[in-house]
Write a protein that binds this ligand. Structure first.
Ligand SMILES: Nc1ncnc2c1ncn2[C@@H]1O[C@H](COP(=O)(O)OP(=O)(O)OP(=O)(O)O)[C@@H](O)[C@H]1O
Ligand SMILES: [Mg+2]
Length: 722
């Protein structure tokens, strides 16, 4: 392709000088040409050569017409171009001194020799214009006129018209010369018209090429750039000059080059006509960018491979959007999985917890009936130990699976961390160097201190287990603001202010397969009996219920990092309620036990009886009310299960208090946490006991709410009885 996009214009003139006939075609030669045919031919050959090289015919034709008028002693010469659509003949070149302006356009069907020649497609000679009816008077000096149609093949292109100041001033020999010139001029005009169309078309395509939002380039068959558009140079960060002559493979990322080369080779070998690749280019700055690249082989008219057309699209944004979508999907999937597992585990754990409560209860009952020397003592102790361990596990499961939000109170995370630190530094192997970075002035978070402590402690225990050889274990806390666009990849919460807690170990780290599943309940890599796989599931549950989120980063051999984010809240106005202290012993009085779980009900009843109390039992709220109304004034303590079918436990509690205002209520629940106990106390209960409980624990709590001896004023019943 030519640089300017256009071949050079031929110039009949010697360089740097205005046109002078003497300079191009000598006077004597033209004189001779008028006389001898061979010399005429010589003139024609020269004129033709000039025409053949002409791209813009109009300019060259005007110069040739000037030469002709001068040498053949004409007064006017003009060339008209046919505009078929308008039926007009338009003057495009002219020599002579006549002002042709009024006659620049002639109608095909109008008067005059020019129109006549166009219509008839024959030369029209008026030897004496005053005698010729076809003549249209344009120049009063004109005495003779000759009009010749310009025809290419069978197409009329225009008309050549000459005029002489002498009657019969255009001789046959001159007309013959003009005829020959006309046929050359016709071809030159047609070529020039074609060229103009081509140029317009080239301009159209160039603007499409230039303005394309996609990067477009033309490369030779070796892949070397020779034309590039702006979108392409911008995407790649080079200017057009820097790219010219370089192969696109040169700037392809080394990792993607083999694939790209393979595709280019098969293109060149003719195995394919195009290929599309997602590949990286290295920008001038050195930065790699992902682009969708399409390379097509362009063939010439003979079907031979001519060059390559390269179209590239920067896909960074698209990729980013796809990655973001995949991340959100994965997050959603994880959240759904955890929820499903939670529901499942919760259901199992709840039933299991009740059964354990019964086992544990009866085991403790059996123990109280054995003398200290009884050979069964040890067996029973083992049973109790195992049941306790099982209860711990179900408790963790329940922690993980509970769906409701915990009762959160503003707290200083620093206090939670320092209590964990105390435990950790005192109990962990000395080779584990615990490093804490906890600034004194951290913002407050909303939380349940017990649960958060449990969560962080679990993370530390996992870290310890991963550091068999010891090493640094760091605990860090800081205040962070997560900006909308800058959430960490594992962030599941909204943007805002958080306290970030990072527990980082220098232990074994995790393989990606492990890393993916760490939060699943029962997922463990530890030996049977060493780990339950519930630790992180519980941590996950606790952190989620605190409105926070947890993420993990780890590499095998490089340690692990668990990152917690807890939302910041404003500091509290009042301090939390303390729980009632407990003591143990046998007692007297009447206890109403309400529980929908028959085994639990009978254990609680048996245990209370064993402790010296009179026992009444009811398996739901309605029956409890019936009992309470028939024992008005005789019930001292009500042991009420929090989760019961039928009316809510709180309603039952209030109804029973109305029926037995003197009775103290102890609420029990499988969800044994500060939160439940606080709820129970808030509803008017005197105490709370978590399930499963032993007979000793029951003894203590019964004793607390109903102290022996005179007066029941240790913990007066709340006024709320309605
Ligand atoms: N800091 C850590 N470094 C390396 N691996 C870890 C780390 N924390 C957890 N893991 C991996 O994740 C698994 C699951 O941890 P999780 O705390 O849920 O259960 P566990 O520790 O195996 O058992 P449990 O905590 O119930 O006693 C672990 O078995 C271990 O493979
Ligand atoms: Mg663990």
């Amino acid at each position: 392709m030519h640089d300017s996009g256009m071949p050079p214009k031929p110039d009949l003139r010697p360089a740097g000088e205005p046109f002078s006939p003497a300079a191009g075609i000598p006077d004597q030669a033209i004189e001779a040409a008028m006389k001898a045919r061979s010399t005429q031919q010589a003139l024609l050959v020269e004129v033709n050569a000039a025409l053949a090289a002409a791209v813009d015919a109009e300019e060259v034709l005007s110069q040739i017409l000037a030469l002709l008028t001068d040498r053949i002693r004409l007064i006017n010469a003009a060339i008209y171009l046919l505009d078929v659509e308008r039926g007009e003949l338009r003057c495009i070149a002219q020599a002579g001194h006549l002002n042709l302006e009024p006659f620049r356009k002639l109608q095909m069907d109008g008067p005059g020799l020019v129109a006549w020649a166009a219509r008839s497609r024959e030369g029209a000679y008026a030897a004496d214009v005053s005698e010729d009816p076809r003549y249209l008077a344009v120049d009063p000096r004109a005495k003779a006129e000759y009009a010749v149609p310009l025809v290419v093949g069978s197409t009329l292109v225009g008309v050549l018209d000459i005029q002489s100041a002498h009657v019969d001033g255009i001789r046959a020999v001159t007309r013959k010369l003009i005829d020959q010139f006309a046929s050359q001029a016709a071809m030159a005009i047609e070529r020039s018209e074609l060229y103009k169309k081509l140029r317009a078309s080239e301009q159209r395509f160039r603007s499409v090429f230039e303005q394309s939002p996609l990067g477009v380039a033309l490369c030779d068959l070796e892949g070397r750039f020779f034309e590039t558009n702006t979108a392409l140079t911008q995407a790649l960060g080079y200017d057009a000059g820097e790219l010219r002559g370089r192969s696109y493979l040169d700037i392809t990322h080394p990792d993607d080059r083999p694939r790209s080369l393979e595709n280019s080779n098969s293109l060149r070998a003719g195995a394919a006509d195009h290929f599309t690749l997602d590949q990286r280019y290295v920008r001038k700055s050195g930065k790699a960018i992902w682009c969708n690249t399409m390379v097509s082989l362009v063939r010439d008219s003979a079907g031979k491979p001519a060059y390559l057309l390269l179209i590239i699209q920067d896909t960074a944004e698209q990729r980013q959007a796809e990655e973001e979508r995949a991340r959100l999907q994965e997050q959603l999937f994880q959240a759904q999985k955890m929820q499903a597992l939670g529901t499942l585990a919760g259901g199992v754990a709840h039933d299991f917890n009740n059964l354990l409560g019964v086992i544990l209860g009866y085991v403790s009952l059996v123990r109280t009936r054995l003398t200290p020397e009884d050979p069964m003592q040890e067996t029973v102790a083992r049973m109790e130990q195992s049941a306790n361990r099982a209860a711990e596990l179900t408790h963790q499961l329940l922690e993980f699976s509970r769906q409701e939000k915990p009762l959160l109170q503003p707290l200083e995370i620093g206090k939670v961390l320092s209590s964990v630190l105390t435990m950790v530094t005192q109990t962990f192997d000395r080779r584990i160097r615990v490093e804490a970075r906890v600034p004194p002035e951290l913002p407050w978070v909303a939380g349940d201190p017990g649960q958060l402590e449990l969560a962080i402690l679990n993370l530390c225990i996992n870290a310890r287990d991963a550091m068999r050889e010891g090493g640094p274990l760091s605990l860090e806390a800081s205040a962070v603001t997560l900006e909308p666009g800058l959430l960490p990849p594992d962030a599941q919460g909204p943007p805002g202010r958080y306290v970030r807690v990072v527990i980082r170990d220098s232990g074994a780290g995790m393989e990606p397969e492990v890393l993916q599943r760490v939060f699943e309940p029962f997922f463990t890599t530890k030996q049977a009996g060493k780990g339950s796989g519930l630790g992180l599931a519980m941590v996950y549950g606790i952190v989620s219920r605190h409105g926070g989120f947890i993420g993990v980063r780890s590499q095998p051999g490089r340690g692990s990092e668990f990152i917690l984010h807890l939302p910041v809240v404003s500091p509290p106005e009042q301090s939390a309620v303390e729980e009632a202290p407990l003591a143990a012993e046998h007692g007297t009085g009447t206890v109403l036990v309400v529980d929908d779980e028959p085994l639990m009900l009978s254990f609680a009843a048996d245990a209370a009886r064993e402790l010296g109390y009179e026992v009444l039992a009811a398996e739901d709220g309605a029956r409890a009310r019936a009992v309470a109304s028939s024992y008005t004034g005789r019930i001292d303590i009500i042991l009420l299960d929090m989760i019961m079918p039928g009316d809510g436990w709180a309603e039952t509690l209030h109804a029973l208090q109305a029926l037995s205002p003197q009775a103290r209520v102890i609420v029990t629940s499988g969800y044994s946490s500060v939160r439940e106990s606080r709820r129970a106390l808030a509803e008017g209960a005197a105490a709370f006991i978590g399930k499963p409980y032993t007979i000793d624990a029951l003894a203590r709590i019964l004793k607390v709410v109903r102290p022996a001896g005179p007066g029941r004023s240790v913990n007066p019943p709340p006024s709320r009885t309605a």
